[in-house]
Write a protein that binds this ligand. Structure first.
Ligand SMILES: *Cc1c(COP(=O)(O)O)cnc(C)c1O
Length: 326
């Protein structure tokens, strides 16, 4: 099956490394563990949004746009990668962040400012509305704005993860590896949607399990299915039964979005101390906490191989110092 991929701008460091986590695997005594290092994609500390932005920025340029507008939480990794992409391409950038300005400027928020993005606080107003107003202001100033939705999760963004699966399958063939399960943090759904579609395109036979960060499983599944289907249509891929491939686990929502609990704390410390790899407090710490718990419950056999897809985010760590160490 040969999809028709749109143009992209290449600024990600690809392929990202695929590594074994031998010490963590041994410590947990479960399946063989691998990690896909999308925390190493470049763009001011990297992350999964970089692959999405290669297609989103190309689309912005194709439409003659010169100013990127997007939105996220206070410590949004997506906003920081968008700010970096804008700087790299010589585009303007406005970010609409949730709530009000915090007292300390740290983590991704600090990086946004260093990268030259204009930061706006949504307060209690709907973020899409604030983005629309900023777009209007940019038009009045003579610019051509391009609005990127939350998490970069539309057909353009998801396309980045269709291609990421092609990249993974090539690495697996080269290293003669077979992966039974992929575990990935899933929130706005674009990463998982692209991966699920990409598994069909690339012939990946394993299962993809999204660990939900902040949505009830049924809702996230519906969102991922809709986006995967729309992306298939966009790439000219014939209608596929994608819904059966979408697996979501919402057992690890904990205290809510960006609330660090024991699950995240243990996972972050364990992976840091056994592998020298930094996870993040909001997404990968939670997803790895879920994987560790599933291993302890015996969800996998020792003969199986599990790949943890590191989606980045460690730039947020300093903002969570108080809840990570005592
Ligand atoms: C945005 C993000 C995710 C979630 O990706 P979605 O495509 O929104 O589901 C996971 N991990 C990190 C570090 C992120 O920044």
């Amino acid at each position: 099956m040969t999809p028709k991929y749109p143009e992209k701008i290449s600024f990600a460091h690809l392929p990202t490394p695929l590594e074994e986590m031998q010490r963590l695997g041994k410590h947990l005594g479960g399946p063989r563990l691998f990690i896909k290092r999308d925390d190493q994609t470049g763009l001011a500390t990297g992350g999964n949004k970089t692959r999405k932005l290669e297609y989103l920025v190309a689309d912005a340029l194709a439409h003659g746009c010169d100013h990127l507008i997007t939105t996220g939480g206070v410590q949004s990794n997506h906003c920081r990668q968008t700010a970096a992409a804008a700087a790299h391409m010589g585009l303007g950038c406005s970010l609409v962040l949730s709530g009000n300005a915090p007292e300390t400027i740290t983590g991704n928020l600090l990086l946004n400012k260093l990268l030259g993005a204009h930061v706006y606080w949504a307060g209690d107003r709907p973020r899409p509305l604030v983005m629309a107003e900023l777009a209007e202001e940019q038009r009045i100033l003579g610019h051509k704005p391009y609005i990127i939705p939350l998490g970069g999760s539309n057909v353009m963004g998801a396309t980045g993860y269709v291609c990421a699966m092609n990249e993974l399958v090539a690495q697996l063939q080269e290293q003669r590896l077979n992966i039974d399960f992929i575990i990935v943090a899933s929130s706005s759904g674009g990463t998982q949607a692209g991966m699920v579609l990409g598994s069909v395109v690339s012939g990946f036979n394993g299962q993809i399990l999204g660990i939900s960060i902040d949505h009830e499983a049924g809702n996230l599944k519906t969102q991922v299915a809709a986006l995967a289907t729309a992306t298939a249509a966009h790439l000219n891929i014939p209608q596929l039964a994608l819904a059966d491939r979408i697996e979501v686990n919402d057992d690890y929502l904990g205290g809510g979005y960006a609330i660090v609990g024991e699950t995240e704390r243990e996972a972050i410390q364990l992976v840091a101390q056994l592998e020298g790899i930094l996870l993040d407090p909001v997404y990968t710490g939670r997803a790895m906490g879920g994987l560790i718990d599933l291993i302890r419950w015996g969800a996998f056999t020792r003969g199986q191989t599990v790949l943890f897809w590191h989606t980045g985010g460690n730039a947020a760590l300093p903002a969570f110092a108080d809840s990570l160490v005592s």
